[in-house]
Design a protein around this ligand. Structure first.
Ligand code: HEC
Ligand code: HEC
Length: 297
């Protein structure tokens, strides 16, 4: 009996020690300070393309722009996209550009805490210094809103934020360029948009039990989307099989209508109404060119 008690105490002690180590483990990347001057208009365009406005504004609840988004219900719990206005108490008004860049591209907060990947920072790792500076310039023009952000409301063990450090080492890969020298400039622009800011794979690539995307099944469609929805496959093969042409894709992303005239619903409706409908013809054509041609695992 005594032996078992000692064994159990040791196991508990090791578990506590590991938790403490994990909690303490610093993950801040080296802060970068040399950014080019930002362009407000380009930043506002990117904020549409990247869904920042869609997620961080409570659109249905008539919330103020970027003052905090509608709750996102997932199998791990409910996420609340925080207030990103220039309010210095409740928003990000007291942040610096390097802190913003680290949050966006590395998913680490100014105090060194890891963010949940419900914030699609794994895609934003592909943003250039210029992109980040442009976004920052645009965010600086947002009116402050004094509205506190609710705490994230997750079930155990996902509510232990420090556990994300393990998740990160398992699933976050350094963002690699999807640029391909033997493809056209238009194809490459499309790849950059789809795999970076527009984060199409966040909803169209299936995820494993820990919520990480299964990259070998890129764009094959997903179940268990926030709110319980599913998304169809958008691989080149699937789109072609269903008869999608380039002009059908650009039309769908501009007007939210499929070739059969059905309107795109669920979260895709919001992707279109808050994001892709604002994109230039060139960028929509680039997305279509890439989607109808990849496989690029
Ligand atoms: C799919 C929804 C979604 C999209 C799209 C999104 N975010 Fe977020 N964002 C979140 C959630 C959820 C959090 C909270 C994460 C956490 O607490 O771990 C968050 C957190 C943040 C934070 C940290 C704020 C703080 O107070 O610590 C910043 C900064 C941020 N997002 C900026 C952006 C920017 C810029 C974009 C667009 C390029 C963007 N987000 C797009 C959902 C989203
Ligand atoms: C927030 C989740 C989400 C994101 C991000 C997203 N989609 Fe979707 N998408 C969906 C859902 C859900 C549907 C199904 C809509 C329906 O059935 O009405 C869909 C449907 C589609 C369809 C129609 C396919 C078909 O066969 O009917 C296309 C094309 C598409 N998405 C392309 C894209 C592209 C390109 C991007 C990136 C710019 C993207 N989606 C980003 C959730 C998303």
């Amino acid at each position: 009996m005594k032996r078992i008690a000692v064994l159990m105490c040791s196991v508990a002690l090791v578990a506590v020690l590991m938790a403490v180590l994990l909690w303490w483990w610093p993950i801040n990347p080296p802060a970068q300070t040399n950014f080019p001057p930002g362009d407000v208009n380009r930043g506002a365009y990117l904020a549409r393309m990247a869904g920042c406005i869609a997620c961080h504004t409570d659109i249905k609840g008539n919330g103020k722009p970027l003052a905090g988004g509608a709750p996102i219900a997932t199998q791990f719990g409910t996420f609340h996209p925080p207030n990103l206005t220039t309010d210095s108490r409740f928003g990000i008004g007291s942040w610096t550009l390097p802190q913003f860049a680290t949050a966006l591209r590395a998913g680490v907060s100014p105090s060194g805490k890891p963010y949940y990947p419900a914030f699609p920072y794994p895609f934003y790792g592909a943003l250039s210094d210029q992109d980040v500076a442009d976004l920052w310039a645009a965010f600086k023009t947002v009116a402050p809103v004094e509205q506190p952000s609710p705490q994230q409301d997750l079930s155990f063990p996902f509510n232990m934020r420090f556990g994300l450090k393990l998740w990160r080492t398992l699933f976050i890969k350094p963002s690699r360029s999807t640029e391909s020298a033997d493809k056209s400039t238009r194809w490459n622009r499309g790849a950059q948009i789809v795999n970076g800011p527009a984060h199409c794979g966040a909803c169209h690539t299936p995820r494993n039990l820990l919520g990480a995307r299964i990259e070998t099944r890129k764009f094959e469609g997903a179940s268990n989307l926030p709110g319980g929805g599913t998304s169809p496959a958008i691989t080149a093969a699937a789109l072609k099989k269903a008869g999608w042409k380039s002009s059908d894709i650009t039309h769908a992303l501009r007007y939210g209508l499929t070739p059969k005239g059905d309107s795109l619903g669920g979260s895709m409706g919001e992707v279109v109404s808050e994001g892709t409908r604002y994109l230039s013809d060139d960028d929509l054509n680039a997305i279509a060119t890439y989607l109808l041609d990849e496989p690029t695992k």
